[in-house]
Design a protein around this ligand. Structure first.
Ligand code: GLN
Length: 246
């Protein structure tokens, strides 16, 4: 029996505004790791004023950015709130980095600016702190094998999780959500937020594959096993960073 040709569609939200630290590398990683497995990938860039067609998108990606860019994206996201909330309820995968992550929560309150509304698909809120957290992060998850996640953080926002949303990981090195409660990122159903730039997926191949597998299983409504690929280089990068502060 010929194997069904699998396909994924990735909606990249506001790439012209939220793409600090090359967060676009996450989209490229998802695309490449699918193509290595002969899975077709379509990338749909969603810019200001574009309508989002939630019927066809399997993964939503939104990167990080400065407060200024977040203001414009916050306004636009309010127009898309119902659609994106439905997509999250349907189990679609979201990966949001830093500034984008903050806007999937209830709000982000920057320094000396008006509160930016989020879309509330994560039970979380963010307020700007007095200190900017910049540096390497190692954190432990309870759903990946190995359990480690590595990346680079640069944010002043302090994010606090509320009931209904779990942390993505527990901080070992670095600050994570707020440097107080040892949480890093957030997870609710298949919506994932993280402060990890880097970009995060190239050197966390297990997280990238987890997102791909989850999105395929939601789309095709059946268990999907991903073919093993030669990613020794990516794992060398991951292992070189685990536990490293500098
Ligand atoms: N402007 C936000 C903050 O400083 C997000 C920064 C980012 O996306 N790197 O917390």
């Amino acid at each position: 029996m010929t194997q069904e040709k699998l396909k994924l569609t990735i909606a990249h939200l506001y790439p012209k505004l939220l793409n600090i630290y090359g967060d676009f590398g996450n989209v490229l990683t998802l695309k490449r790791r699918c193509e290595y497995r002969n899975i077709d990938v379509e990338i749909v860039n969603v810019n200001i004023g574009d309508e989002i067609d939630i019927a066809n998108n399997d993964i939503y990606f939104i990167g990080g950015g400065q407060d200024k860019q977040q203001i414009e994206v916050s306004r636009e996201l309010q127009k898309q709130k119902d659609k994106l909330t439905q997509a999250a309820k349907d189990g679609r995968v979201f990966l949001a980095i830093c500034g984008g992550y903050q806007l999937l929560g209830k709000y982000y309150l920057p320094h000396d600016k008006d509160k930016l509304d989020g879309i509330g698909i994560l039970d979380a809120y963010t307020v700007a702190g007095d200190k900017r957290f910049i540096g390497n992060v190692t954190a432990n998850t309870d759903f990946l094998e190995p359990n480690t996640l590595v990346g680079f953080e640069n944010h002043a926002g302090l994010t606090y999780l509320e009931d209904g949303t779990l942390p993505l990981a527990t901080v070992v090195i670095g600050n994570g959500n707020n440097s107080k409660d040892k949480t890093e990122g957030a997870r609710k159903n298949n919506v994932f937020g993280t402060y990890l730039h880097g970009s995060v997926l190239p050197k966390n191949p297990h997280f990238a594959d987890y997102l791909i597998k989850t999105a395929l299983e939601v789309r095709y409504k059946r268990p999907i096993e991903l073919e093993k690929i030669d990613d020794a280089f990516e794992w060398n990068a991951h292992n070189a960073l685990v536990g490293k502060k500098y």
